[in-house]
Design a protein around this ligand. Structure first.
Ligand code: SF4
Ligand code: ZN
Ligand code: ZN
Length: 302
């Protein structure tokens, strides 16, 4: 077993891409240091910002909420109750989110999709004849933004990690979805009534985030959302892990070079279509009626 490079105790992780072995005490310190550096370098949070963390009860979002408060940011949580009853997914995940809120003494706001939209996510997908993740994604983006706006939060932080982002990038590149690529960024600045969105964990792999959360003593829901099964992103993650195994550091190079070199050019070439207020709810959209209001209308009509 390797020894920790910093203190020579027994290491718990060896990161081949950094040629760095660390023990259970030094690893969380390294992790926080890297998070802080990324937040500063990519101008994610400024001193006047009020941060809202999108908390799902999983390792990434709970780890993120904990890390941000450890780094001194006053970050509150928002848990969206999706109303997924299979495997008691929503009940269990809410329980873990509440547990952390108590430990770090920061408020956890709870918003119920069924109350806001008229039906829980599984029924919504059925009624709107969309894939569950498509309806869920639209509803989540909308409700997080609405809550942040109405409650004075200036930044929404999500727990996406490098595996998530590299898999999305791979999916978009394979189909050359240039308009999507133009908007795939770890920081989306505020625009009109859209609150700034950041992904402070994009420097870490899924395993690195999990180890940080575990070593910080945070229990989280291990079960995946039942609708994530068979998602293409899981296949891409697997492929990228195989590439990483052969050639450590490739995942980060793939993602970071895109963000630094190509994404700004695409962003210029494919500017976002002009936004106007939704004729029903007033939130910014490119259509006459926004996607959320369209889903809501279907939810109430069935
Ligand atoms: S896997 Fe799909 S349905 Fe489940 S939480 Fe994620 S987006 Fe929503
Ligand atoms: Zn050490
Ligand atoms: Zn609307």
């Amino acid at each position: 077993m390797k020894r920790c490079l910093w203190c020579k105790q027994k290491a718990v992780i060896y990161m081949r891409e950094h040629r760095l072995a660390l023990c259970k005490e030094c690893y969380p310190k390294w992790f926080l240091r890297v998070t802080e550096r990324l937040i500063k370098e990519w101008h994610m949070i400024e001193s006047h910002d009020k941060v809202l963390v999108a908390v799902s009860g999983g390792k990434d979002s709970l780890g993120l909420w904990f890390a941000l408060t450890k780094l001194g940011y006053e970050a509150d949580g928002l848990y969206l109750d999706l109303g997924i009853s299979a495997g008691e997914y929503s009940t269990k995940s809410k329980h873990f989110a509440l547990q952390l809120s108590e430990r770090i003494q920061r408020p956890l706001h709870i918003v119920s999709v069924a109350e806001e939209v008229g039906r829980p996510v599984p029924d919504l997908a059925f009624a709107s004849r969309r894939e569950p993740c498509s309806a869920c994604g639209t509803v989540k983006r909308y409700l997080f933004n609405k809550f942040a706006l109405e409650n004075g939060y200036t930044v929404i932080a999500t727990g996406h990690n490098l595996d998530d982002e590299a898999a999305t990038l791979m999916g978009n590149v394979l189909r050359w979805q240039l308009a999507y690529l133009a908007r795939q960024a770890p920081v989306l600045p505020a625009k009109e009534d859209l609150v700034k969105r950041i992904k402070p964990f994009v420097r870490f792999t899924e395993k690195q985030v999990a180890l940080f959360t575990i070593l910080s003593g945070i229990p989280y829901i291990e079960q995946e959302c039942p609708f994530s099964e068979g998602a293409a992103s899981l296949f891409y993650k697997d492929l990228l892990n195989k590439i990483e195994e052969r050639s450590p550091g490739t995942k980060w190079a793939f993602y970071s070079q895109f963000i630094e070199q190509l994404q700004p050019l695409l962003n210029e070439k494919f500017p976002e279509p002009e936004l106007k207020p939704c004729s029903k709810c007033g939130m910014p959209t490119t259509a006459e009626i926004c996607a959320f209001c369209r889903i809501q209308a279907i939810a109430y009509s069935g």
